[in-house]
Write a protein that binds this ligand. Structure first.
Ligand code: ZN
Length: 180
């Protein structure tokens, strides 16, 4: 592994590779103000996703929590003001489109399920170019595969809450008698 220039926190290069582009390729995309979506709502979803990838301060060893209002990609240490990228080493790595658009894609893929979120649908809905839309789709896929274990745990906990007093019979039990 090479030395990262921002070296103060661990940067996984795997997301970058999997998204399939270098940092220079992705251009800043301006948000079309006529889009019929509530950016604040979808930013909340993006923030929730990013919270699955907490960044720690290398000096104070605490989770970075302070935001910089003028720099949405930056997160800062509340104690020593060390700064790091919120998107590095996450499926949103190097993303240049407005962050809320990722939240929109995540929610849209949940709403559409079992139908699939297509790049064309993203392109038309968010007014992105084809390449940017394809990358957004890819990022959602990466999040899904990366977080599958955690998502499964969430679902299991939810089920345990709902069926607290119900116990499944031991594995291998013949269920035909119970099913009547
Ligand atoms: Zn610090």
């Amino acid at each position: 592994m090479g030395t990262e220039r921002e070296g103060s926190y661990h940067v996984s290069s795997s997301f970058r590779t999997q998204i399939g582009h270098s940092e220079l390729e992705e251009e800043e995309t301006q948000c079309d103000p006529s889009l019929p979506y509530n950016p604040e709502f979808f930013q909340g979803i993006t923030d929730a996703v990013l919270s699955l990838y907490p960044k720690r301060c290398p000096h104070c060893d605490i989770v970075l929590t302070s935001r910089v209002s003028t720099r949405p990609h930056v997160i800062r240490c509340s104690r020593c003001h060390h700064m790091a990228s919120r998107l590095a080493a996450t499926p949103l790595e190097n993303m240049r489109v407005p962050q809320w658009m990722f939240g929109w894609c995540v929610r849209e893929s949940v709403v559409l399920h079992p139908r699939v979120l297509t790049a064309v649908h993203i392109q038309r809905s968010l007014g992105l170019n084809a390449k940017a839309a394809y990358r957004m789709k890819r990022r959602v896929q990466l999040l899904a595969s990366d977080q599958m274990v955690r998502v499964k745990t969430l679902i299991r906990n939810e089920l345990e809450k709902s069926f607290r007093d119900y116990r499944l019979p031991p594995e291998g039990t013949d269920l035909t008698a119970i099913r009547k």
